[in-house]
Design a protein around this ligand. Structure first.
Ligand code: NIG
Ligand code: FE
Length: 410
């Protein structure tokens, strides 16, 4: 990145604020506007007719191009070793994800491959994936641990995530997902592993500032609702936010319970029940849709989109980048899948990777919309219509990216 000019302005732009307070799809401002920023924070969004460059201001004329907030990928498992091509072949021949997991494959096969890697190897591989995400206009990425499943191995992954944050390609939000699956060492005593998570991992991770949130995988093939509740309460005691892989393969009641405990987000939610939705709405919890995993697992049951829409639950869309169920690094592909598979409108899909995703990471006060007082983190696109970001994957329309006013050249 080049260093941030103290005063900067992006002029002659069509501005899709993604701010729901701006009427109309995409929060699109009418005509051409200028965005000004000081020290990386937006100071004004004004019609070009009113714009006068302040002295010393670095002005970039965008010639009518479209500006959106930087895109946010709020659910990834970016740090892992190996691949799962052989399991993909098994699935394509008819074995289910759950069958493979129960036979010791699935998440556990990636745990074996990840434990075999050192920090340098994991960092290089994850950095490559992060750069691919960035190519699509992603400026902030949530990254989970979860392929270590012991104190030392989870800390190793979280240290790699910290290095990714320092690499400066995107902002990073780190999440502890020690409750991804039961490690082989604790197969016969899963509650003892939950105790380890609650009494050792969460306190140490919180104390070292290695994660902002704690995630769980609540499913019969992973952790029970009672075990997840213990983990949520430990996270709360240590000042960490909570979120959940909930109602992905079956209904467990986890999404509702997580929301009642103040979760930032409940993710997947294909099997969410209508009766769960009021609690999610009341808590302001975000429903995170992961159409890549839905597509790759050839799931049949879609999340209850229309009921969520009617209830006004904020939605996000993310890649869920992981080797097993969603080996994809394109947020624009996810926008397209969310539209085609889940019937999101293009405007809903864009809101889901900006304002919705910022809310899912507890960052809506700082980012996710183009609003005075928020960070000047934006993408400049060469598209006629904002909808093309969702509907047209045949081109590479990203023109420039600014993070807190600094241009990113990565
Ligand atoms: O979000 N559901 C659990 N976790 C991942 C899959 C991880 C894996 O299969 O390695 C998901 O789909
Ligand atoms: Fe996931």
């Amino acid at each position: 990145m080049t260093s941030a000019p103290t005063e900067m302005a992006l002029t002659n732009a069509r501005v899709a604020t993604c701010d729901p307070r701006v009427a109309g799809d995409y929060g699109l401002m009418p005509g051409l506007h200028a965005i000004t920023a000081r020290s990386g924070i937006i100071t004004s969004v004004m019609p070009m007719g009113s714009f006068v460059a302040p002295a010393g201001c670095m002005v970039t004329d965008l010639g009518g191009k479209l500006i959106t907030p930087g895109l946010i990928d709020c659910h990834t498992h970016l740090v892992f070793g190996g691949d799962r091509a052989a399991e993909w072949e098994m699935r394509l021949k008819g074995k289910s994800y759950a069958e493979i997991a129960q036979a010791g494959g699935g998440i556990l096969s990636t745990v074996r491959a990840t434990r075999a890697c050192n920090e340098e190897q994991l960092f290089e591989a994850a950095l490559g994936r992060l750069r691919l995400l960035a190519r699509d206009g992603v400026t902030c990425v949530e990254v989970k641990s979860g392929y270590g499943l012991s104190l030392d191995e989870e800390l190793k992954i979280l240290r790699v995530i910290k290095r990714l944050a320092r690499a400066g390609v995107t902002d990073i939000s780190a999440t502890l997902l020690a409750a991804h699956t039961i490690p082989p060492e604790y197969k016969s005593e899963p509650d003892t592993y939950v105790t380890l998570i609650c009494e050792k991992m969460i306190p140490q991770v919180a104390q070292e500032g290695l994660a902002e949130a704690v995630d769980v995988f609540c499913e019969p093939i992973a952790f029970s609702l009672a075990q997840c509740e213990r983990i949520f309460k430990a996270a709360e005691r240590h000042g960490l936010a909570i979120k959940a892989h909930a109602e992905q393969l079956s209904h467990t009641g986890c999404a509702k319970r997580a929301a009642e405990l103040g979760a930032w987000s409940v993710d997947h939610i294909e099997h969410l029940a209508a009766a769960d939705i009021p609690a999610i709405k009341a808590a302001g919890t975000v429903g995170v849709l992961l159409p890549g995993a839905f597509y790759a697992l050839r799931e049949k049951q879609r999340p209850p989109i229309e009921a969520l829409r009617q209830a006004g639950v904020p939605l996000a869309v993310a890649t869920d980048c992981n080797p097993g169920t969603s080996p994809f690094t394109s947020i624009r592909m996810m926008l397209n899948l969310a539209a085609v598979l889940f019937s999101l409108t293009p405007a809903e899909a864009i809101a889901a990777v900006t304002a919705g995703a910022a809310r899912a990471l507890g960052r809506i006060a700082q980012t996710g919309t183009i609003t005075v007082g928020k960070e000047a983190t934006v993408c400049v696109w060469e598209v006629q219509e904002p909808a093309a970001l969702v509907t047209d994957l045949s081109s590479d329309p990203l023109h420039r990216v600014f993070i807190r006013g600094e241009e990113r050249h990565a």
